[in-house]
Structures are given as C-alpha cells and as structure tokens.
Design a protein around this ligand. Structure first.
Ligand SMILES: [Zn+2]
Length: 264
C-alpha cells in the first residue's frame, strides 16, 4: 500500500516532545505529539548551535510551538521554526515526578497515530504534565489517574463493577474478584470458571484495589488533591491497571519497568 500523501501543514502547531535522539554533530531527531497531525517525526538541524534559532528549545515536558516542512521522499519533516510556549522545569528536578512524566510520554508515544488529529490525546498529555508540574497531587496518583483516563479516551476502560463478559453485577462476598484483561475487566464467578476451563488466564484482584480504580476513573485534579491512598494499596491498583494497559497496548511500558530511568 502506498503511504498517504502528506498534507502540508502551513501553521505552527503546539507540540510536546515524546522522544529525542542526537543526530550528527549538532542536530536532533524529534518525535512530537501535535493536536492537528498526531505523532510527527522531525529533524531539527543545528539544534545544539546557538545560532539555529531554536537553541535549547527542545526539552522534554515543555509545550512548544513548532513549524516544519514535509520533504518529498523523506521520513522526517524539517523543523523551520520552534518556540517555547510553556516551561515545566519542576519535572526534571524531582525523580518521582520525572519518572511519572516519562511514563506519560511513553504512553502517548504508543497510542498516538501518525498523520491523524490527536486533540484528545494532546489535551490529556498536556493536562497531566501540568498537574505534575503543579506538584499538588502525589505524582503516582497523577500517573494512575492518567492511565485510567487514557483507557477511557480509547474506549477501553476496564469493567470494574459489572462482569465484563455477561454484564451481571456479582455479589461481593470475597476479598478478591476474578479479573481478565483479555475479556475487559472483572468477571462474575461463572464467567471466570468458564474462562479458566478454556485455559485462559484469570487473575484475582483485591476488591479494594478495584474500588480505588473505580473512584479514580474520571476524578478531577481537585478530587485527586483530596485523595489519600495507602502506598501498598496504590501499588496494587497501579499493577493491575498497568497490566491492563500493557495488554491493550500490546507492549511493555519500558520507562515504568526500569528501576532507574536515564536522565536526559
Ligand atoms: Zn459474567
């Protein structure tokens, strides 16, 4: 199949850097998220030269305004102009916030489409980075709420109260409930048995972890600011939400796995 013809994008686009790689002596290859064109790969020539016009502009986590030109037969668009719009310096100075922010960039990179409008995703990422910069809410809580919001944005929110398979509302007598990422969330006992009989994975999730995920689904920053969750419980919620995300994004979230994400 021939790649779709690239439409020229004449106006500057708001952009958030998802990844950046040094290229040659003084240039950078950038993967950026834009509301109007989704994920875009760009070449910023001479980005490390003070005379380039965008020296020291391309930092992770900042909102930029970027103009570029597509080049016939080239993978990378060429940056023609770039300006800083919003700096978020707090994210690089605190390791917990830095890692939460890197995890958001990675999620956005995995789920952004190329040559497609991604207004919802852009607003999601910018809002979550703002929240981390404000440093009012625990960064792990911001990341978890962002994971759930992204699942919802993609229409993939896990079933947390009714059975994902038959829709029944199971009685909650046990301390854990059966859960299947493949089937889309929690299961009633009958559907869980049927799924196990087919040789498919069903894992037990603590009921209180499920309840916390439910309360975080759709929580506003103001609500998060007043939410306090004990660290062990937060970790259990994070673990099952992350496995759910991984299953549905069909990949591993690398920056969340590495114990020490490299500082760039
Ligand atoms: Zn069921």
């Amino acid at each position: 199949m021939k790649p779709a013809a690239r439409r020229p994008i004449p106006l500057a686009q708001p952009a958030l850097l998802l990844r950046r790689f040094p290229f040659g002596e003084s240039s950078l290859v950038l993967h950026v998220l834009t509301p109007g064109a989704g994920r875009v790969a760009l070449l910023a020539k001479g980005a490390y030269r003070p005379s380039s016009g965008y020296f020291a502009v391309f930092d992770l986590f900042d909102t930029l305004s970027v103009r570029w030109s597509a080049r016939a037969g080239q993978e990378l668009g060429l940056v023609t102009r770039a300006e800083l719009v919003t700096r978020r310096p707090g994210l690089a100075s605190d390791l917990t916030r830095y890692r939460a922010a890197l995890g958001l960039l990675e999620l956005a990179h995995l789920s952004a489409r190329e040559q497609h409008e991604e207004r919802g995703l852009f607003a999601w990422l910018e809002g979550a980075l703002d929240e981390l910069q404000r440093a009012v809410v625990d960064p792990r809580l911001v990341a978890l709420a962002a994971d759930l919001a992204l699942l919802r944005e993609h229409g993939l929110a896990p079933a947390l109260s009714a059975c994902a398979s038959c829709g029944a509302r199971p009685a909650e007598r046990e301390r854990s409930v059966p859960f299947s990422a493949a089937l889309g969330g929690r299961l009633c006992l009958a559907c869980a048995s049927a799924e196990r009989a087919r040789g498919r994975a069903v894992e037990p999730i603590p009921l209180n972890a499920l309840r916390v995920a439910e309360s975080l689904m759709g929580a506003t920053p103001a609500m998060l600011a007043h939410t306090h969750i004990e660290a062990g419980l937060l970790e259990r919620v994070r673990a099952f939400v992350e496995r759910f995300l991984e299953y549905h994004l069909e990949t591993r979230l690398r920056s969340r796995r590495s114990p020490q994400a490299p500082l760039r």
